[in-house]
Design a protein around this ligand. Structure first.
Ligand code: THU
Length: 154
């Protein structure tokens, strides 16, 4: 038997204002996208923004359904749209914001496991830069390796 420990690396920013202008801009686009959330069942509204290596940005929000499991997370809506339009580009950044109703969450809102598995599938040329945003702090994590170290692969 062997024991091993994993270390994950991430950066903590005390506010969106402390991010680089590129990251800040992506977060703002995620915030804008959150306004289009359809969340009548949970009231938890999530916005996501994906930036490709060629600069194009795809934004999305969570879309719920009265048949609950048919709903979809904001991250996956954005990731699928971006990936379907990839051409020669690759996914470079993902920003996630969320909160109850109109209020942005105090703590950073993180992607669920299913969204991380999709991110794992789509991470290609370089680790995706992920931004989880809360009012209290913003987390910046480089790559699925630091987010879902035991992701499924065939
Ligand atoms: N949700 C997301 O949009 N992203 C996640 O990573 C987790 C949760 C949505 C799904 C549902 O509409 C609401 O948040 C409450 O779970």
């Amino acid at each position: 038997m062997a024991k091993k420990e994993l270390k994950i690396a991430y950066e903590i920013y005390s506010s969106v204002e402390d991010l680089s202008s590129e990251d800040r801009n992506l977060v703002r686009q995620a915030m804008k996208a959150r306004e289009s959330a359809y969340a009548p069942y949970s009231s938890f509204r999530v916005g996501a923004a994906v930036r490709l290596s060629d600069g194009r940005v795809f934004t999305a929000s969570n879309q719920e359904n009265s048949a609950y499991p048919s709903g979809m997370c904001a991250e996956r809506v954005a990731l699928y749209a971006a990936h379907a339009a990839l051409n020669d580009a690759y996914i470079q950044d993902l920003a996630v914001v969320g909160g109850e109703g109109d209020t942005l969450s105090e703590e950073p809102v993180c992607a669920c496991g299913a969204c991380l598995q999709v991110l794992k599938e789509f991470e290609s040329q370089q680790p995706v830069n992920v931004l989880y945003v809360g009012q209290r702090e913003v987390l910046k994590i480089q790559g699925v390796r630091n987010l879902l170290p035991f992701a499924f692969t065939k």
